[in-house]
Design a protein around this ligand. Structure first.
Ligand code: B12
Ligand code: SF4
Length: 466
């Protein structure tokens, strides 16, 4: 039997698919390949950088689907099915919206693959695929090691993705992770992670845990075990890490260069409404500067923070969002993302905006031919959707300007602290800058769609993008 694994692209620039220069090895594909029983031939195609050979014979196509790749994933699924190849779809999007995914597949897998994948392959082998398989979201990765040989030659960034824990116990209303894992958190035995990292042969690791500090004791156990490996790593974690000195010290000692941290907004009222518990205290600390203590701790430890902001809460105004950009510049974070709040399916935010009649694009923005990446998909409370799209783009443009880059680099506490940190800055800041502009306003999927909506036209004009 031959199995073909596919990682779909987001969408297209004009008429051809966008090539993601910042692409990394897709860990979920490596996990699926690792779980596949021996004796099954495995092929892998990454739609972000290569054409999919639809006519090459195969017995089963398995596609991983996120909300922003759903339109493209369905196009690919339809191509395989038109050639008589059965298709199985899995990932966060099919789990949270099974009926939609099922209409493009012979089988869908809801939840994690670990408990069900060998059954799916066996059923496909015997021509008896079931329409739905249910794995438990939050199954630890297990003893099988992701297969990374299938990634060779695809031009990925020289960083290996590894996962220790899955999920997060917080309940942020906009977060797919909270909806998918139902606020649970599970992690693997530390020895398994150490063994996996040792076998990588690479010194730079990205821990893709949704929240690497979801459980402080578990995180400390991992960091202690990483110290002797002398790797450098980056990860993602919530703000409460800064309140635990032992955790911070171990993090740095184990080789951490920095983390993606959701700052989201500077407004404690908005944080409360979004249920972003770890941030509320820091934003409202009352010393004149939101997150003053937290940022100081991150800087003391020399961490190169990727500050993620969410734009579009009900408290946000255009002026407030401009002040948020000034906050990011003032603190000279290494990276920052200015993400528009997105109504992802299955989240409380989606249900709230749907109930209030505020969703644009008929609700399913991810399938709308005229929707463009980084555009608002709902009506904000205190500005128009066009204004939100525009202010988010302006924030990205100013953040990525030359003056901002040089100013951020000149920070002796973080970006100029060591040679390794300087290298990281110059290797990745220009790359992510290019990718930010390339992806801005991209359409989902490859097939050309209908005329852009009034909102989209207005936003594009405001941005000066054709
Ligand atoms: C690492 C990561 C990234 C990396 C990309 C890594 C890469 N390989 O290229 C970076 C930082 C670049 C990134 C970017 C973005 N990301 Co991201 N990312 C992640 C993260 C944290 C981990 C992914 C991962 O490797 N997980 C580990 C694997 C093992 O888990 P998994 O993917 O869930 O797979 C398991 C199951 O879902 C299932 N499964 C998955 N696929 C399939 C397929 C089949 C056939 C089967 C049977 C089962 C199955 O089995 C797997 C094993 O159990 C996820 C969160 C998450 N937990 O998934 C967010 C996540 C996927 N990202 C998200 C988003 C929004 C983005 C961005 C759009 C952010 C932005 N605004 O720019 C961008 C766009 C990406 C792009 N292409 O440009 C959201 C997606 C929400 C949604 N509903 O789609 C997530 C869920 C984070 C969140 N908190 O909401 N991301
Ligand atoms: S802390 Fe982060 S991962 Fe956890 S629920 Fe909130 S946004 Fe999601």
């Amino acid at each position: 039997m031959k199995l073909t694994l596919i990682k779909p692209n987001i969408g297209r620039m004009e008429h051809s698919l966008y090539v993601d220069e910042g692409r990394m090895e897709p860990l979920n594909i490596g996990v699926l390949a690792g779980l596949t029983p021996p004796g099954v031939e495995v092929a892998f195609h990454d739609d972000r950088c290569e054409a999919i050979p639809y006519d090459e014979p195969t017995d089963l196509a398995a596609i991983t689907v996120e909300t922003f790749t759903a339109r493209r994933a369905y196009e690919i699924a339809d191509e395989f099915r038109a050639r008589g190849v059965p298709v199985v779809l899995g990932g966060v999007h099919p789990t949270l919206l099974p009926e939609e995914a099922a209409s493009h597949a012979d089988a869908i897998v809801c939840g994690d693959a670990e408990g069900v994948w060998s059954q799916v392959v066996d059923d496909a082998q015997h021509g008896r695929l079931q329409p739905v398989y249910r794995g438990r979201p939050g199954t630890p990765q297990g003893r099988s090691v992701p297969r990374r040989d299938i990634f060779e030659g695809k031009g990925y960034l020289p960083v290996s993705l590894v996962q220790y824990g899955r999920g997060c116990r917080n309940a942020c209303t906009y977060c797919t992770i909270s909806a998918y894992f139902q606020r649970s958190y599970t992690y693997r035995p530390v020895e398994d992670v150490v063994r996996e990292v040792e076998a990588l042969g690479r010194r730079l690791v990205f821990f893709v845990d949704d929240n690497i500090v979801a459980d402080h004791a578990a995180a400390k156990a991992l960091f202690r075990a990483l110290v002797p490996l002398r790797i450098r790593w980056v990860g993602q974690g919530s703000m409460d890490m800064t309140g635990d000195p032992e955790l911070m010290a171990l993090m740095v000692e184990s080789g951490c260069l920095g983390n993606v941290i959701g700052f989201e907004t500077l407004d404690p009222v908005a944080l409360r409404a979004l249920k972003k518990a770890p941030n509320i205290e820091g934003a409202g600390s009352g010393d004149g500067e939101p997150y003053g203590r937290e940022v100081a701790v991150l800087r003391e430890h020399g961490l190169q923070t990727w500050a993620a902001f969410l734009l579009g809460s009900d408290q946000d105004t255009v002026e407030g969002l401009q002040a948020q950009l000034r906050f990011a510049l003032r603190h000279r974070f290494t990276f920052a993302a200015f993400n528009i709040l997105m109504p992802y399916p299955g989240t409380p935010l989606y249900r709230q905006l749907e109930g209030e009649g505020r969703l644009l694009y008929g609700g399913r923005w991810w399938l709308a031919p005229e929707y463009r990446f980084n555009h608002a998909a709902f009506r904000p409370a205190r500005m128009s959707a066009e204004e939100l799209t525009r202010v988010a783009f302006q924030s990205r443009a100013r953040w990525n300007g030359l003056g901002s880059i040089l100013w951020r680099f000149s920070d002796l506490a973080t970006n100029m602290r060591t040679l390794a940190r300087m290298r990281l800055f110059w290797r990745y800041v220009p790359l992510f800058r290019r990718e930010t502009f390339k992806k801005q306003g991209m359409r989902f999927g490859l097939a050309a769609g209908g005329a852009p909506s009034r909102e989209v036209r207005a936003a594009r004009t405001a941005e000066g993008v054709a």
